[in-house]
Design a protein. Structure first.
Length: 340
């Protein structure tokens, strides 16, 4: 059996990756290491086969905890664990620095201590900043790192530590930089699940600024497959941009959700813009397609319909979150914006 040590596997993308690996790689067992912050949810793992999946609650900033959970000679670490929401990083950046930067360095130290085969860092296109609205510009593998939010800065810093560990100690590392994910089990602080959850309750849908910012959306399972491909076929020391060539303006996304749910566009509220709001993300995925033989399998139309269905059929999952600390978060983040 191969052993994968997956950090952040109780979150949105990490849990999708865990399910993918358990489904499609019968020769792999997983140690799932997650601190269960507000974004971590054991419900996301309830169907994981206990014969090949072991959950350990722990913090990637805690070296002793990582060392005691990480077996000698594990085949890979997949680092999903992070503070991942831009708005929260604008309110307070310190957790982003400690988890995303220090936590990554702790894992790199543990790779050396335990002779781990390959380290896969799950990074983001946001490290490359923002593109002009002109359609001909895309993020490429050699685009400069120009992070604009504290979140993006912390992910860029983490990438530098991954590179340094490779150059200094010869670690086998691969980095993936993906665009905006959507799909089941995404915490409803992010655009798509927030809009679905609010629309289902006939509550206002807060759209930042003029709603014309562009994001490049990818279904979460396609991202998970790209990460697995980067582990299995990626060239050591490389980084790969991952995207589904699916640019959408925010307002278009929000209107599509309302239409799919049969709700009126009058629920839309234009609110004060996010500080430093990146205008456009768009990924040229040629390298990942050619070098890893990866292609997205899910169209935007199918993926959005499946996502909306999932939230419709899992209202308990959403309500459980909305009844907890999320209520206070939502009030602090949106009360003034929505004039409540
Ligand atoms: P998420 O917020 O849904 O999940 C993060 C997970 O990490 C949670 O389970 C949380 O409990 C865990 N975690 C947080 N701090 C931890 C710590 N100190 N120690 C151990 N576990 C900790 O995030 P996500 O959207 O699933 O993103 C996963 C990764 O993918 C992140 O690294 C993010 O930067 C990256 N990414 C996300 C997107 C996206 O669109 N969501 C796109 C590209 C890359
Ligand atoms: O590009 C990859 C990144 O995508 C990931 O690295 C991040 O972890 C992930 O959170 C995401 O970042 P964004 O900031 O693009 O995602 P978010 O869902 O927060 O916002 C998407 C767009 O929608 C953005 O332009 C801001 C806007 N927005 C968001 C919220 C929460 C709104 O208009 N209203 C909202 O209430």
């Amino acid at each position: 059996m191969k052993v994968f040590f997956v950090t952040g596997g109780a979150g949105f993308i990490g849990s999708a990756f865990v399910h993918l690996v358990l489904r499609e790689r019968q020769d792999v067992s997983i140690i799932d290491f997650d601190a269960l912050t507000y974004a971590g949810n054991l419900e996301n793992l309830k169907d994981a086969d206990p014969a090949r999946h072991r959950f350990v609650r722990g913090d990637i900033r805690d070296k002793e905890a990582v060392l005691s959970a990480l077996p000698d000679g594990a085949d890979a670490i997949f680092n999903f664990a992070a503070e991942s929401h831009v708005d929260r990083s604008i309110t307070s950046a310190s957790e982003f620095v400690t988890t995303n930067v220090l936590g990554t360095q702790v894992l790199l130290d543990c790779v050396r201590a335990k002779n781990v085969g390959r380290f896969v860092q799950v990074s983001t296109d946001e490290v490359m900043g923002s593109l002009p609205e002109d359609d001909s510009a895309f993020f490429l593998e050699d685009s400069p790192l120009q992070p604009n939010s504290p979140y993006a800065a912390s992910k860029a810093a983490a990438e530098h530590f991954v590179r340094a560990a490779r150059e200094t100690f010869g670690l086998d590392t691969v980095i993936t930089r993906c665009g905006n994910n959507y799909g089941p089990r995404q915490f409803p602080e992010k655009l798509i699940p927030l809009m679905i959850a609010n629309a289902m309750r006939n509550e206002p849908l807060p759209v930042y600024g003029d709603g014309m910012n562009v994001r490049d959306w990818i279904f979460v399972d396609d991202h998970a497959r790209a990460i697995l491909a980067a582990y299995e076929c990626g060239v050591s020391g490389s980084h790969y941009n991952v995207g589904a060539r699916n640019e959408r303006r925010n307002i278009e996304v929000v209107r599509s959700i309302l239409d799919a749910l049969g709700k009126p566009h009058s629920l839309i509220r234009y609110v004060q813009d996010r500080l430093g709001h990146d205008r456009r993300y768009a990924i040229d995925a040629t390298l990942v397609e050619n070098e890893l033989g990866w292609k997205p399998a899910t169209t935007w139309e199918d993926g959005l319909a499946a996502t909306i269905d999932w939230y419709r059929n899992n209202q308990d999952w959403v309500e459980h979150i909305r009844n907890g600390a999320y209520r206070e978060y939502y009030r602090e983040m949106y009360a003034e914006k929505l004039g409540n």
